[in-house]
Design a protein around this ligand. Sequence first.
Ligand code: 3PG
Length: 208
Amino acid sequence: HRERVRSVLEASPLIPVITINHPDQALSLCQALVDGGIRVLEITLRTPHGIKAIEQVRKAIPEVWVGAGTVTSIAQYRQAEAAGAQFVITPGVTEAILEFGVTSEAPLLPGIATVSELMVGYNLGYREFKFFPAEVAGGIPALKAFSGPFPDVTFCPTGGIRRNTAKDYLALENVRAVGGTWLTPDDAVASGDWDQIAETVRGSLLDL
Ligand code: 3PG
């Protein structure tokens, strides 16, 4: 279970946080990200199209990890699993979601912003967390501070990370991957400029 979360975080240093505004774009957008070199896709449930997109992308692009993001309830967690999500990411934690994630089919990468939240998850066996919102919750200095009391915990920071700061986060020993929306610029998505998306990914990977 935890093994799978580690595999996901090790598969791709960059994880795009994807919002599907138009269902007919889901596949082309995800394919462009994969063409650029992405191996892990976080499809959020911020729009009602997320679930369907997870189902579709899982079938069409089986060679990458596909997970559900912005999961905030157990009902959504179940829907994501039913759609074939291979992992689930939450922006924050409730005890109920943390407990559900321990035995769920799709493993959970819980979002935390403080040491206290981390400790609740840690005591349930979690060793990998999303750190969100990374930039406003302390950024790199906070992650360095976490490594003192929790040397065995690794993070995927997201929230405010951009192409020019991703590298600094990834240089930390307790960071495996970083996530964000900069890989899917609104204008490129709106105009269906898939080449630009693939280029953004290639450039961002080269910058690391
Ligand atoms: C997330 O849920 O991880 C964030 O929305 C990503 O934040 P960003 O838009 O600042 O990259």
